[in-house]
Design a binder for this molecule. Structure first.
Ligand code: F6P
Length: 549
């Protein structure tokens, strides 16, 4: 029997199902025709962000019902729990402390002395590097900083550093190596010199295979250059919550920047994991990023749900997934500088919301986390937008652009024109009649015109949000990232799931140990399935003659 406490048994959920049926024959185009000011009505602004959500298939009643759903899920209390440090991560019995790391907005309390102190250490170290005052073992100034980390210890800093190349200090380069594939680090090292390179081991757990493997390769590189242990230590820094592990690896105590256990990996760019940001962009830019996130926190915590950007975005995602059967979302930044954003949001959303039981362990009898993917505009228009426009099954889109030009003015206008045109094309499409007029006008005979018109017709009625950043600065980027973090939290609260654990990731890690042992022909206690065994046999024997051309 279905558990009556599940959210889909609530009156609000049932009312939304009925409401969706009532909208079954309504199109987005009709909604815009019926209400000339729709674009003005369904928008909200905060912390330097403008959200237009009018191109969702919804009415005022939809929003009221989604608000009732949020109330049923006690979203307001859940938001307070997050900010007050309650143990919202119940399977690991800890809070989610990322908001405590941001710069509080005016009137929003004080930052803890521990955070202030850690930030000041980070800034001092970052400024020294930027000013060319940090030297390696031989006394030469550090010129290359290589972050060794993966997942949350890579994606956020990598994306933010790439977003502001003009802030990089002259003569200091930043690099990121995540993959265990040694070609990545090898490629970076080929551009660097051992005497002038600093490695940042970025790992909350200080036990992640990829990161420790790369750290080992880095140490070997220095060793091959003739460095002894004391000299090698001058070229490493660590950001971790496992101080002892870092020390026994060989990191000097004063080079360890701690992270609180309560800060989740994918929410950790605001912590010492953000050190590569402070180094690459400067402590002032890092502080602005934290200001922007703090401004979004204040908005999320205090604004009415009807004007609250993360709440609206989260509820619209629920509306898309659970009531409109849209199980993926494309994120399309029309800002080249944000080319890495979809990757970052993939981890944030899919690791947080890819869950199938509620916080109390009941199987969810409704869909949860969406597949997130995307690419920068306008590039995507020449690759994946064909499917968005004409593929079977709609994919909701988040378009992201800037109001004030972030690049050359004319090119910014091209970007905006294309961005707005894509959301309009998704909404309006092209009817068969319109397409037929075109094909007839091109002089085709009636049969050929009718057939080609079938290919040229575009269904339309496909939904999107458009987010405009007032201008492209570390501050607005901080607000944008906090916006997405909170939207994820809202969705988790409605679905009654824990957004802050990731148990499934462990299974792959454990299994890879047995497979590694099998590949190494070492004894292993797990009986492998015949596919895994055949793959290993194939690798060990080398390509089979019958597989060769
Ligand atoms: O992918 C699992 C995960 O635990 C992420 O949550 C985390 O961001 C990443 O691995 C890296 O973990 P760590 O910082 O402990 O090396």
């Amino acid at each position: 029997m279905t558990d009556p406490r599940l959210i889909n048994q609530s009156p609000a959920w049932q009312a939304l199902l009925k409401h969706r049926q009532a909208l079954a024959d309504t199109t987005l185009a009709q909604l815009f025709e019926q209400h000339a000011q729709r674009g003005q009505q369904f928008k909200a602004c905060a912390a330097g962000l403008y959200l237009d959500y009018s191109k969702n298939l919804l009415t005022g009643e939809t929003l009221d019902l989604l608000g009732e759903l949020a109330n049923h899920a006690q979203l307001a209390d859940a938001i307070e729990e997050l900010f007050s440090g309650a143990a919202v991560n119940n399977t690991e019995h800890r809070p989610a402390l990322h908001t405590a790391l941001r710069n509080p907005a005016p009137g929003d309390g004080e930052q803890s002395p521990a955070v202030t102190q850690m930030r000041s250490r980070m800034n001092t170290f970052a400024d020294k590097l930027r000013q060319g005052r940090e030297c390696g073992a031989s006394g030469k100034v550090i010129r290359d900083v290589i972050n060794l980390g993966i997942g949350g210890s890579d994606l956020g800093p990598r994306m933010i550093v790439a977003a502001f190349p003009e802030l990089q200090a002259e003569g200091l380069r930043s690099h990121f190596a995540a993959n265990v594939d040694s070609d990545v680090l090898k490629g970076i090292l080929s551009q660097c010199h051992p005497e002038t390179t600093l490695f940042l081991i970025s790992s909350k757990s200080f036990s992640t295979l990829e990161t420790l493997s790369n750290a080992g390769l880095a140490r070997q590189w220095l060793c091959d250059a003739g460095f002894d242990a004391a000299q090698i230590a001058c070229h490493f820094t660590a950001m971790t919550s496992q101080i002892e592990k870092a020390r026994s690896w060989g990191i000097k105590a004063e080079r360890i920047f701690p992270i609180d256990e309560g800060v989740g990996g994918r929410f950790s760019l605001w912590s010492s994991i953000g050190l590569p940001i402070a180094i690459a962009l400067g402590s002032e830019a890092f502080s602005q990023l934290l200001d922007g996130a703090g401004a979004m926190d204040q908005h999320f915590r205090s604004a009415d749900f009807s004007d609250n950007l993360p709440v609206l975005h989260g509820l619209l995602s629920i509306w898309s997934i659970n009531f409109n059967d849209h199980h993926s979302r494309a994120v399309l930044p029309y800002i080249h500088r944000l080319g890495e954003l979809p990757n970052y949001l993939q981890q944030l959303t899919m690791e947080s919301l890819g869950k199938r039981v509620t916080k109390t362990g009941q199987p969810c009898t409704y869909a949860t986390g969406p597949v997130i993917w995307g690419s920068e505009g306008t590039n995507g228009q020449h690759s994946c937008h064909q499917l968005l426009l004409q593929g079977i099954g709609a994919v909701p889109v988040d378009f992201i652009a800037t109001t004030k030009s972030h690049c050359q003015t004319l090119q910014h206008q091209y970007l905006l024109a294309n961005c707005f045109a894509q959301s309009r094309a998704l909404m309006l499409g092209k009817s068969y009649t319109q397409a037929l007029e075109e094909t007839r006008a091109s002089g085709l005979n009636e049969d050929a015109a009718a057939q080609l018109a079938m290919h040229k017709a575009i269904p339309g009625n496909r939904v999107s949000n458009t987010l405009l950043l007032d201008e492209f600065t570390p501050r607005t980027l901080g607000a944008l990232l906090a916006f997405y973090e909170h939207s994820v939290y809202v969705q988790s609260v409605i679905w009654q799931i824990n957004a802050f654990d990731q148990w499934a990731v462990e299974l792959g890690k454990t299994m890879s140990t047995s497979l590694f042992e099998a590949l190494q022909q070492a004894p292993h206690d797990v009986a492998l399935d015949s596919s895994s065994q055949a793959l290993i046999d194939h690798v060990q024997k080398g390509p089979h003659p019958s597989c060769k051309d």
